[in-house]
Design a protein. Structure first.
Length: 114
């Protein structure tokens, strides 16, 4: 609705830390935290693929780990954007860029385990 809101919603596209809301801590189980680290490796190693390819890679890795996207989608979104709402998850990952995504996933997993 406002330029300030637009800037806040687009913050995830720029480098730097984004705080994970304290009320999201329950999303980060030990299995999810482990998966975030693995997904960070996958995203970082993939280069800069389009959203559909990111989805294929992430879903494949989750299948290998025995997890569903439903179990990790919200923790991934919160880790990368600092919020529980936003555009399509894989569009968000694409727009944020692989290095930001990987860094934020690892940082959120460390935060949740502390």
């Amino acid at each position: 609705r406002t330029l300030v809101q637009m800037a806040e919603m687009g913050r995830f596209m720029f480098p730097g830390e984004l705080p994970v809301p304290d009320d999201a801590r329950e999303l980060f189980t030990p299995a999810v935290c482990q998966a975030l680290g693995t997904i960070a490796d996958v995203v970082e190693g993939a280069g800069d693929p389009p959203p559909a390819e990111l989805e294929r890679l992430v879903r494949g890795e989750l299948e290998r780990l025995g997890l569903s996207l439903k179990q990790v989608a919200q923790p991934i979104r919160v880790s990368v954007t600092g919020t529980r709402v936003g555009p399509s998850l894989f569009e968000v990952l694409y727009m944020a860029g692989p290095s930001n995504v990987a860094h934020r996933l690892r940082s959120a997993a460390k935060w949740a385990q502390s």
